[in-house]
Design a protein around this ligand. Structure first.
Ligand code: AR6
Length: 183
């Protein structure tokens, strides 16, 4: 599914983010920036050890939840990986929503700083970190749409691993665009 907001294309993709050919792919990392399971493991495997070496060298202190750091994408088609540790869901009273929005905003602005025109996001925090997908997808979509005018990004992909996640994003993309237009 694909929608246009102004001149920017928002595309929902089902599959594996490591195959994306966007300038940037975003990694749902942890604060150590030393790799892990899920999408983080897939990105490090596909990109190769260069990514981990750069993380260790450039970011010895790791990265705080809600912030973002950039490395090469190694062997993948993308130019860069932006690593952002999402919040662990602890019931919703621990600032989880603001921190998740912060991941999307920081990633978008860091991509802009590196001259990216296209970017692909996974569904941050909705796997091992258990953030409810319905709420997370609304935050993912609205935060990006709100911050796009601050960038020269022309294409945003949301890469969803499961059909059910894809369908939730599909429904919420429709409503985000309606709100944007003030319908
Ligand atoms: N492409 C796209 N999406 C994927 C892929 C892939 N190759 N693999 C998994 N997903 P998760 P989190 C989906 O657990 O919740 C790691 O160990 C997955 O189905 O990867 O932010 C890190 O090191 C889910 O919908 O990330 C952290 O410790 C989504 O990506 C921790 O997990 C996010 O699931 C981060 O947990």
């Amino acid at each position: 599914m694909e929608k246009k907001i102004g001149s920017v294309i928002i595309r929902l993709v089902r599959g594996d983010i490591t195959k994306e050919e966007t300038d940037v792919i975003v990694n749902a990392a942890n604060t150590s920036l030393r790799g892990g399971g899920g999408v983080d493991g897939a990105i490090h495997r596909a990109g190769g050890s260069e990514i981990l070496h750069e993380c260790i060298k450039k970011y010895p202190e790791g990265c705080k939840t809600g912030e973002a750091r950039i490395t090469t994408a190694g062997r993948m088609a993308a130019k860069y990986v932006i690593h952002t540790p999402g919040p662990i869901w602890r019931g919703g009273q621990q600032d989880e929503e603001r921190l998740l929005a912060s991941c999307y905003r920081h990633s978008l602005l860091l991509a802009e700083k590196y001259g990216a025109r296209t970017i692909a996001f996974p569904s941050i925090s909705t796997g091992v970190y258990r953030f409810p997908i319905e709420r997370a997808s609304k935050i993912a979509l609205s935060t990006v749409v709100e911050n796009l005018p601050l960038t020269s990004i022309i294409e945003v992909h949301y890469v969803l691993f499961s059909i059910s996640d894809y369908q939730i994003y599909e429904k919420n993309l429709q409503s985000t665009i309606k709100e944007e237009k003030g319908d």
